[in-house]
Design a protein. Structure first.
Length: 648
């Protein structure tokens, strides 16, 4: 259990959190949400002892093992897998002791080290580290590559793998999905569902939060309020609370007006003086329920393009990749390719892709499959290695890549950047435009050096919008954007009059703005007939098929069975299939019952009266909901495995 007692925290002169009283129970998966600058990361820093409370304190269990993602990665010569293994500090120490003892020839010390490694489950640790790397998108041939050879985004993934490798009772993750693509996000979501400790996670990905958390902590106006349920449940409960608060405020205002009217009419009359005085005292004592302040939503838009041609862009029998002598960089290439390639590298073959006016396409595909390569080829940044790229003469592309934010000039302001694009335009017109993107007043002249990642991304999108493109090619535009900005981007893209091709790990954004999906996998680009849930199932089935293929390859050549053995094996297989089908039915029955229980629980938790009762009763409801969800997850995982076996 973690307890905050009258906790307060400042950043400089600004009070971030004030008088927080909060208890986080062991085993909770808690999403910490709130607008940028509300104190989420500072709260994590306080839990890690990196900053001191300005008032109150935090009670942490004794000998609590805490894991978090490091912000920096040193340029080490160590292999990536060894760096990840180093996340388990006790095991790393035991392995060093073993190596030292072996070098000295000290058999007794070696025996002690062996025993300690066995206690720490150390002899399968390398395999566990390899699975973490694989899940986060590292191909097997990169596991032994030096840490210093990896680019910044891949080093972030290494730090995440190192944190997941560390044994912990408390895991703190601050925006863990940044720099991940969709398949890595889905893998991380599954991993966190199985995590047995207490999880605190900051994320602006609502689908990810919904899939992982069972409690929500909302930081707002210096306070913290705890909600049972995932992010969607929080939204429903908060909306109801705000509605009730507004009703109470309006009722109170009506009563105030009535009291004031009586006082104004009768305070001068002797016969009514006592009643008027009584009402004045009552008016003074009224608590004053605060009116609901509509949180200022951020809105922007992409201007209507001057022209939108019918047939905008076409790839005909294109081989996409990197020419001989080029540096193979980008999201589709595993790190370490710093030297120029001696020959052309083909990533995608025989691509036939046609983009018409108004089409809105989401690109799906495993890590490294070629999504970014396809986008760069559509942009014209990469020339086709074979085939032809045909673009309409009126095509105007707005391109956002993962390096776009990094290309902003240090020391320059938003106004400077926009003036570079439009040197002859009046200063007031530039300022008016920047104001629509929330760079109003003096903010337009501040240096980007002090901007957050989200502010830089917003500026990059504003510079793209200035050109009035009729085709937007967006490669992971949501990194560093908070939930409000992501909602604003989704709205703006939904209203955009041109065509759109989107690569994103944000499933909410993909689902909101994409009319169709194309899958990029195994060197092929093709339409995907399904939604994002279908894609997640395809990814799981693909992983399962790969594992089965590896097992088949590892088996020795099959021996010839006798007729009796064939009959016996066939009978055993039928019995196994029958048992599996019976188990599938039992799981489906139980899952249906759990769903019914969860609906009833959620109805109770959505009822404002529930929060007026005893805290213990509320906590019990939350624990029941958590246990039911975990049971359902376990059963669904078993169901999927059984279903795949029966299908095979």
């Amino acid at each position: 259990m973690i307890a905050f007692r009258h906790f307060a925290l400042r950043r400089g002169s600004r009070l971030l959190l004030s008088d927080i009283d909060l208890v986080i129970q062991s085993g909770w998966r808690l999403g910490v949400i709130g607008r940028n600058g509300c104190g989420k990361s500072s709260l994590f820093a306080a839990l890690q002892g990196q900053v001191e409370a300005d008032a109150g304190d935090i009670d942490l269990p004794a000998r609590l093992r805490l894991a978090s993602v490091a912000q920096e990665t040193p340029a080490l010569p160590d292999p990536a897998i060894d760096y990840v293994l180093g996340g388990d500090i006790e095991l790393a120490t035991a392995l060093r002791d073993e190596a030292d003892a072996e070098a000295r020839g000290d058999s007794e010390a070696m025996a002690r080290a062996h025993h300690r490694i066995e206690e720490l489950h150390g002899y399968d640790a390398r395999a566990r580290a390899g699975r973490l790397l694989h899940g986060l998108g590292f191909a097997p041939e990169t596991h032994e590559r030096a840490v210093k050879e990896f680019s910044g985004g891949w080093r972030v993934r290494l730090n995440l793998a190192r944190a997941l490798m560390a044994p912990s009772e408390l895991l703190l993750l601050d925006e863990p999905t940044n720099h991940l693509d969709l398949d890595a996000v889905l893998w991380l979501e599954e991993w966190l569902r199985r995590y047995q400790g207490t999880l605190l996670i900051i994320s602006h990905d609502r689908e990810f939060l919904d899939g992982v958390i069972d409690h929500t902590l909302h930081l707002v106006d210096g306070g913290a309020r705890l909600y049972t349920g995932n992010y969607s449940a929080f939204e429903r409960l908060r909306a109801e609370q705000l509605r009730q608060q507004q009703i109470a405020h309006e009722r109170e205002q009506a009563e105030r007006a009535h009291l004031q009217s009586f006082i104004d009419r009768f305070k001068a009359k002797a016969s009514k003086a006592k009643q008027a005085q009584s009402r004045m005292k009552r008016l003074e004592k009224m608590a004053g329920t605060e009116a609901v302040r509509a949180e200022r939503a951020f809105h922007f838009q992409f201007a209507r393009p001057d022209r939108v041609p019918d047939s905008m862009l076409q790839l005909e029998e294109v081989n996409a990749g990197y020419p001989a002598g080029s540096r193979e960089e980008g999201n589709d290439h595993l790190p370490g390719h710093d030297a120029p390639s001696r020959e052309a590298t083909i990533i995608l073959r025989d691509v036939r892709f046609r983009l018409e006016a108004g089409e809105r396409i989401g690109l799906l595909g495993p890590n490294g499959a070629g999504k970014s390569t396809l986008v760069k080829t559509l942009v014209g940044e990469l020339t086709p290695l074979a085939g032809e790229r045909k673009a309409h003469k009126d095509l105007k592309i707005g391109y956002f890549a993962q390096h776009t934010v990094e290309s902003l000039r240090e020391g320059a302001s938003p106004f400077d950047h926009l003036q570079d694009k439009a040197p002859g335009v009046a200063a007031q017109a530039l300022r008016d435009f920047l104001g629509t993107w929330n760079f109003a007043g003096d903010r337009a002249f501040e240096s980007v050096d002090g901007f957050s990642g989200g502010e830089r991304a917003r500026l990059a999108l504003a510079l793209i919008a200035w050109d009035k493109p009729n085709l937007l090619l967006l490669d992971e535009p949501t990194n560093h954007l908070d939930l409000d900005m992501r909602e604003a981007l989704a709205d703006a893209l939904a209203d955009f009059d041109g065509a759109l091709v989107l690569v994103s790990h944000d499933r909410h954004l993909l689902g909101m703005v994409s009319d169709s999906f194309w899958r990029v996998a195994d060197g092929v680009v093709e339409p995907f007939d399904g939604d994002l849930d279908d894609y997640a199932r395809w990814l799981r089935a693909r992983g399962s098929a790969n594992r089965k293929s590896a097992k088949v390859e590892a088996k020795p050549a099959a021996t010839v069975e006798s007729p009796e053995e064939r009959r016996r094996n066939a009978a055993q297989q039928r019995d196994s299939e029958k048992a599996s089908r019976q188990r599938v039915k039992k799981i489906e029955t139980r899952v249906a019952a759990i769903d019914a229980e969860l609906v009833a629980l959620e109805a109770k938790l959505a009822d404002p009266e529930t929060y007026n009762g005893p805290t213990a009763a509320l906590m019990k409801l939350g624990q029941q909901q958590t246990e039911l969800r975990r049971e359902k997850e376990t059963l669904e995982t078993e169901w999927m495995a059984l279903y795949e076996e029966l299908e095979a």
